[in-house]
Design a protein around this ligand. Structure first.
Ligand code: 5CA
Ligand code: ZN
Length: 434
């Protein structure tokens, strides 16, 4: 699939430190140790109700990973999927009397526009589930042939992974069985389905049902792929095993990331799928997780349609740490708008407080498990010192604001030039219609 256009990425003097991140599997902050090219898989949207601020916060967290790695001298191979066939997408299309293909394409287009406006670096590979079906089917055939998967004996053609044979099962999430069963039931699993070998076996292939789209499948059984084998297959086909970071929101810890890893590890008989599993906390609204099922969504495109600067949205979401559940509020946005205005006034001056400390501070804070609030405080302090030169700041440097602009742009992804709305940044009638 087509991704979206890349924003300009200024080159900064020197290189930043190695990035440390919290790995869910080890339960602690660890140093990432990529090779020359860092490899990251960030789970993409299921294309309906896109892009809400929860989605945006998660993609912004992994955009910081991308930026910090690049600043540390790595190339980055980022992969993202689009879950353009799955139960919830079909349910939404059905509810609204809409073609699921049209729904998916329109929401993916809107997501691209929102990512562009938020200046998120695009993935090197942006891959849909539907276009991956032939590869997915091959993988399921392999698991069946090796006796690691089985066809349910009820005539549906549904195929399951036999997780009792997966030695690494549970290693990513570290959950006990009760917790796994609870999340599995909540997040698309079917623990009570009759005929499964184990309640926690995940579906690999769903045999065709009346009125549902289907494709040729394993052993000639038409149907459509399960969710976790989609991401396992796309990762294997692009960045392979042992990549540096598997990313997503904390609601993907179990079952999604556990099973993607288990599928891929079974397919390749190697470990690990990812060297670190990194999860962004949930954005809420009025005391509840912002989610499609609750319908309490604030959309990036709606804010853009109301004239909100996307850079203020970016700053508002980065004002909290990515591992802290937090709420979206109007005050948060107003604070970010005020901060953006202050930064822009300081950055527009010909001279300012020394920029070297800002670059050092941004690098130091962000490489420490993406401390974006700490990084923002570094720029706040610089802006105050630059704007309030009357209180004895005699160390003004010519050109410092230009260097701070570059550092803030490259590392935080916040452009401090006045916004220039182009056609891609215009949210258009779709957003207005929501
Ligand atoms: N297509 C799958 C991943 S393969 C999926 O989870 N799609 S999604 O559209 O439901 O979510 C896209 C990303 O946004 C996921 O990483 C998810 O964890 C994250 N996300 C969803 N809701 C929130 C929220 N309220 N706060 C933060 N992140 C969220
Ligand atoms: Zn995924």
């Amino acid at each position: 699939m087509l991704a979206w256009p890349a924003p300009l990425l200024p080159t900064l003097p020197g290189t930043g430190p190695a990035l440390k991140l919290h790995d869910t599997a080890r339960g602690e902050v660890v140093a990432t140790t990529p090779g020359r090219t860092a490899r990251m898989y960030v789970c993409g949207i299921t294309p309906y109700d896109a892009t809400h601020l929860g989605h945006a916060a998660t993609y912004l967290a992994f955009d910081l990973v991308n930026r910090v790695w690049r600043d540390a001298g790595h190339a980055v191979h980022l992969v993202q999927n689009v879950t353009d066939i799955d139960d919830p997408l079909l349910e939404r299309a059905e509810r609204d009397g809409e073609d699921w293909i049209v729904l998916g394409m329109r929401e993916t287009a809107l997501f691209r526009e929102d990512m562009t406006a938020l200046r998120v670096l695009p993935p090197e590979d942006y891959v849909g589930a539907v276009e991956s079906i032939p590869r997915i089917v091959q993988h399921i055939e392999t698991l069946l042939a090796e006796g690691l998967a089985y066809v349910l004996d009820d005539g549906t053609g549904d195929v399951y992974h036999d997780v009792a044979q997966a030695p690494g099962f549970g290693g990513e999430s570290g959950l006990d069985e009760d917790a796994m069963l609870e999340f599995f039931a909540e997040r698309g699993g079917d623990p009570d389905r009759a005929g499964k070998r184990s309640r926690l076996d995940p579906m690999l292939w769903r045999g065709a049902r009346d009125g549902e789209p289907s494709w040729p499948g394993p052993r000639g059984t038409a149907g459509r792929p399960g969710w976790h084998i989609e991401c396992a297959t796309i990762a294997l086909g692009t960045i392979g095993m042992g990549f540096d970071v598997q990313g997503g929101g904390s609601d993907l810890v179990f079952p999604h990331h556990e099973y993607s890893a288990v599928h891929a590890e079974a397919l390749t008989a190697t470990k690990p799928f990812a060297r670190a599993y990194v999860h962004a906390a949930m954005i809420g609204l009025d005391g509840e997780k912002m989610s499609k099922s609750k319908g309490n969504l604030v959309f990036v495109s709606r804010l853009r349609g109301d004239g909100v600067d996307p850079m203020a949205i970016r700053l508002a979401l980065l004002a909290g740490h990515y591992r802290t559940d937090r709420a979206w509020t109007t005050e948060l946005l107003r604070e970010a708008e005020a901060r953006l205005d202050t930064w822009r006034r300081a950055a527009a001056l010909p001279a300012g407080a020394p920029a070297g400390a800002v670059l050092h501070g941004l690098r130091e804070r962000l490489s420490d498990d993406l401390d974006s609030p700490g990084a923002i405080a570094v720029v706040d302090e610089w802006a105050q010192r630059t704007l309030h030169t009357d209180d004895g700041a005699d160390d003004l440097e010519d050109g410092a604001p230009a260097m701070v602009r570059d550092a803030v742009d490259a590392l935080l992804g916040v452009a401090l030039e006045a916004p220039a709305p182009g056609p891609l940044l215009d949210p258009g009638p779709r957003a207005a219609a929501r």
